[in-house]
Design a protein around this ligand. Structure first.
Ligand code: TGC
Ligand code: FAD
Length: 390
């Protein structure tokens, strides 16, 4: 859990809720993210790049598909995976996104619904970071409502022919394989589309002001023919992609707290050293109230994440509980980031400090994997039994 200055540790002592193994995983991932990525991430963010070598490094750390079993995956617990997401996102949401999309979406889709041959072909290389995957569900005209998707797959001479466009796809431009969800006569099915397949083109999204150290792309399928063996045989219907989203939302509900922790730490440190009116701004009651409220929400979010993680490890976590966690923790993380931004004054708008980078990233995290409103409606349906989407 969050490494805290001594005063915070004394207040909550959350570390005591973790096992030795969980603390070891957390510390290892924290060292990797802090030593190998943090020194470079402000430049990557400014330049809008994510170096290709990073995937291999994440692979060698066992971060890809770390909660999956077999096929070269690390087989860690849900809590260990959550702690890893937190430490990765404490450095940058783009790093956690790379790992989430690879492990929780692309690899999970293959692991859950792929044939044995597909699993053997893709998963060991993906776990090692030698092959990158992306997950194409969203379309230009169908984001929150993927049931309306227009991408279509038609059976043709033993193959499938795909037509349509997927939008806002993380890792798209660096992916060796895209998991593409498409409408068929039987319902929505998943297809594996390798890079370079004729009729499959990828265009990266530019001019982003959020998640700049992350590749976001449009996937265009124009009479793209893949063999029948590339159909994911294990699922038909929206249940397929939505059950992968549960996994990624779970990682995000931990990850967002990493970004929040980084903002809190930056704001606290700044407030202790920045002097106005002859004393540190941390000495003003109004600043203390901000720091206390930020810390309360961070701590409550961590307790929620840990509770949900323990439920997941016990096999009892429901999709609605995941939505509740994503809703609360991303919402509060963004509020913490915005408050921290204010505490830093003018310095809060530069990349010299991590705060505005996290704040801008969290705007995407609020939207992707189901927006704040969609998570609210999922929880609302769980509470009332009434679906209020349409
Ligand atoms: P609905 O009619 O309720 O359900 C259709 C079928 O799906 C089943 N189902 C689920 N299964 C597993 N897990 C879940 N969470 C499920 N929710 C529903 C359901 O039982 C049913 O199955 P069956 O077999 O009876 O047919 O579906 P709906 O069309 O009313 O939609 C519900 C809604 C709005 C909640 C859903 O569409 C939704 O979650 N929308 C948000 C879309 C979204 O989150 N997109 C994310 C795209 S990926 C992404 O953003 C990656 S960013 C990652 C990064 O960079 O980190
Ligand atoms: P819309 O669905 O058009 O929503 C616009 C607004 O309307 C939102 O505020 C929404 O909450 C609100 N709204 C919609 N329906 C309702 C309703 N019923 N009631 C109340 N309010 C409603 N997708 C992928 O498939 N794979 C990826 O890898 C991926 N990566 C992404 C990376 C980034 C950086 C971003 C920004 C997005 C990514 N996405 C990805 C897409 C993401 O999942 C969608 O942006 C998200 O699901 C919302 O869809 P939309 O942007 O089309 O917004």
């Amino acid at each position: 859990m969050a490494e805290a200055p001594d005063a915070q540790r004394a207040l909550f002592d959350l570390d005591t809720l973790l096992t030795d193994d969980e603390r070891a995983v957390r510390d290892t991932v924290r060292r990797f993210a802090t030593d190998k990525v943090l020194p470079h991430v402000p430049d990557w963010f400014e330049q809008g790049v994510l170096p290709g070598e990073l995937a291999a490094e994440c692979g060698s750390m066992g971060l890809f598909g770390m909660h999956l079993r077999g096929y070269g995956c690390a087989g860690m617990t849900a809590v260990e995976y959550g702690l890893a997401c937190l430490e990765l996102e404490a450095v940058d949401s783009g790093l956690r996104s790379l790992v989430s999309v690879q492990g929780s979406l692309a690899m999970t889709a293959i692991h859950k619904f792929g044939s044995e041959e597909q699993k053997q072909h893709w998963l060991p290389g993906m776990a090692a970071g030698e092959a990158i995957g992306c997950f194409g569900l969203t379309e230009p005209d169908h984001g929150s409502d993927p049931a309306g998707m227009r991408t279509r797959a038609t059976a043709s001479g033993g193959d499938w022919v795909l037509n349509g466009t997927k939008m806002w796809i993380t890792n798209g431009g660096i992916a060796d394989v895209a998991v593409v969800w498409a409408r068929t006569d039987e319902g929505i099915r998943g297809f594996l589309v390798p890079r370079g397949t004729p009729g499959f083109t990828v265009h990266d999204v530019t001019k982003k002001l959020s998640l700049r150290a992350s590749v976001t792309s449009e996937l265009v399928l124009d009479d793209c023919r893949v063999p029948a063996a590339n159909l994911l045989p294990g699922v038909t219907g929206l249940r397929g992609p939505l059950s992968c989203l549960n996994e990624a939302r779970y990682g995000i509900l931990w990850g967002a707290l990493g970004a929040a922790r980084s903002c809190f730490d930056a704001a606290r440190e700044y407030a202790l050293t920045r002097e106005q009116f002859g004393r540190p701004i941390a000495g003003f009651q109004l600043t203390q109230r901000k720091l206390v409220n930020m810390h309360l929400e961070l701590t409550k979010g961590l307790l929620l994440a840990l509770h949900l993680g323990r439920l997941k490890d016990a096999g009892r976590l429901t999709p609605q509980q995941v939505s509740l966690g994503k809703l609360n923790n991303v919402r509060e993380a963004l509020k913490i980031a915005r408050e921290a931004r204010g505490i830093l004054g003018a310095n809060g708008i530069t990349l010299e400090y991590p705060v505005i980078r996290h704040m801008n990233n969290l705007e995407s995290v609020l939207t992707y994997e189901g927006t704040d409103e969609i998570q609210t409606l999922i929880v609302g349906q769980a509470l009332t039994g009434l679906a209020a989407y349409g």
